[in-house]
Structure formats: C-alpha cells, structure tokens
Design a protein around this ligand. Structure first.
Ligand code: ZN
Length: 293
C-alpha cells in the first residue's frame, strides 16, 4: 500500500531535514522515522478533513456520555495538545475529551478529535502510558488512516454515479452497490484498523511521545499489559477489537528501541496525572454502558 511503503522510498529525501531537526532538538532521531503523507487519491484538504471530523464528532458526542469535569478534561486536553504539537500534523485543531464509561478504550476521528474512555484513564499506570496512547491515536490521524478510506469510498461513489448517469446500472443496482462499497461514511468510531495501520500508528506514536518528552516505555508497557487480556473477555475487549495484536506490537516497538535507543531522562509521570487520578476516583461511578464503540 502506498502509505506504508512510501516512507521507505522517501528515506533519502527526508534524511537532510531530520538530521537538522535532530540537531535542533538534540534527539537521536532515525533517518527513516515514518512521516506519512496523504494517499495520492486522497484530495481532501486539512480544512475539509477538520470539517468532516467536526461533523463526526458532533454525531459521536450525541451517542456517547461525554464526561463534563472541567479540570479532568483540561488535564487530558493539555496533555494531548502537548503531544499533538510534536506530531507530524501539528497544524490540525486537536481536541481531547473523556467518555464517561468504564470500558478501556480510546479512538480518534479525522481532523484530530480524540476520545479517551474513563476506563482507560483508570487502566494506565502513569502519564507516559497515557501520553503513549494519545500519541498512538494521533498517529492514526497523522497517517490519514480514516481519511484515505473516506477518499477511497468517495471515489467509488463517484464511479457509481458515472455508471448510473451513463445508464449502465439501474437504481436498484446502484443502491445495492452503494450499500456494499460506499454508503454512509461517518462510521469512524467502529473503524477497525489493519495490522499495518496499527504498527504505523504505534511507530508514529512512540516517536511522537519521545519528541513530546515522554518515555516510550509508556506505550510499550501499556500494550504489554493489554496483551495479557488477549483471549480473555473483559473490559478491554473494545480496545483489543479496534487495536488488535498488542503482543506483536510490543515486540516491534522493543526491537525499534533496541536499534534506536531513546534518550534518557524522559518523563514517566507527573503530579498532574496523580491529581487527575484522585479526582477520577472521587467521581460518582460511570453510567451503565448502553452501546459502546
Ligand atoms: Zn490504533
């Protein structure tokens, strides 16, 4: 697939820029750190993507219980912004919100709308784990995973329309095909990512977390703990469904870190994280789940 191989091809081109950046930030960045670009068929601009994401976010927030706790939301949003600023798409207007449910999960919508379940905030051990998860979700946005998908579907829709206009398909055939290939596109919440997309979001997320000053063992430790739940139905089921194969992903990230060790002295935890956790504990329990992503 284009987006998974292109950074290998761009390795040479990127070398100069990244070496300069490494010098500026003092981080030992690898020359082939993934830096994805839009798929060639994805012609949506950032503005269009953000508008689409905003629409999807409005729909999502009608369906899900968003936790309205200004201090907690401010903490998660602040951490998210700090990470997003160091991502490969810092120009997007990111937002980070908490969903008031115990299921351990997180997801992102195109344009930078990121949601973290209350259950995940309770599951992570420290701030670097949370930063790693947020960075992973940002990684899906950075790599255009959902938007490339939307672009593909929209191409199919346009193709269908042309066929219908040319009289090559009738209305019923058109409707059937739309159902199969096109149709409503704002189903991002249930979007299942492929193995390649997960690895790409992990790799992007890990480097993003390092750039933001966080210990990459945060994401690794989180995934390692998650892998203990594989095959064991539990609260983390949703997360495993949307983000499969944590065991393999841990191996890949550890191998990467062996080859390209992260600088020492990166942040593991913070007082703000501990304070947020105490505040979380003091809240009334989450409402019983209805339909969860
Ligand atoms: Zn993911």
């Amino acid at each position: 697939m284009m987006r998974h191989t292109h950074f290998l091809r761009q390795r040479g081109k990127m070398l100069g820029g990244l070496v300069l950046l490494a010098v500026l930030t003092g981080l030992p960045l690898r020359a082939d750190e993934p830096n994805p670009s839009r798929a060639f068929y994805n012609t949506f601009t950032d503005e269009e993507e953000m508008a689409m994401g905003r629409k999807a976010a409005e729909e999502t927030e009608k369906q899900l219980p968003i936790l309205i706790e200004p201090l907690l939301t401010a903490y998660v949003n602040h951490l998210g912004q700090k990470v997003a600023k160091e991502s490969h798409r810092p120009q997007l207007q990111y937002s980070f919100k908490i969903v008031n449910t115990d299921a351990v999960n997180a997801f992102s919508l195109p344009g930078g709308f990121v949601y973290v379940n209350r259950g995940l905030l309770e599951f992570v051990n420290n701030e670097s784990e949370l930063a790693g998860v947020l960075a992973h979700e940002i990684g899906h946005v950075v790599a255009y995973h959902s938007m490339n998908d939307v672009a593909r579907r929209s191409l199919v829709d346009q193709g269908m329309y042309q066929l219908q206009k040319a009289g090559l398909v009738n209305d019923q055939q058109m409707a059937d095909m739309m159902q199969r290939y096109g149709g409503p596109m704002l189903l991002f919440v249930d979007r299942k990512f492929s193995r390649e997309e997960e690895s790409e979001a992990d790799m992007l997320g890990m480097y993003n977390a390092i750039r933001a000053g966080y210990d990459p063992q945060g994401l690794v430790g989180f995934l390692a703990r998650l892998s203990q739940f594989v095959g064991n139905p539990s609260l983390v089921e949703g997360l495993l469904m949307n983000h499969p194969l944590p065991g393999e992903r841990v191996k890949a990230l550890r191998a990467e870190l062996r080859e390209h060790p992260a600088p020492s002295g990166l942040e593991k935890d913070s007082i703000a994280f501990r304070a947020a956790r105490l505040q979380l504990k003091a809240l009334p329990p989450a409402p019983p789940p209805k339909k969860q992503p």
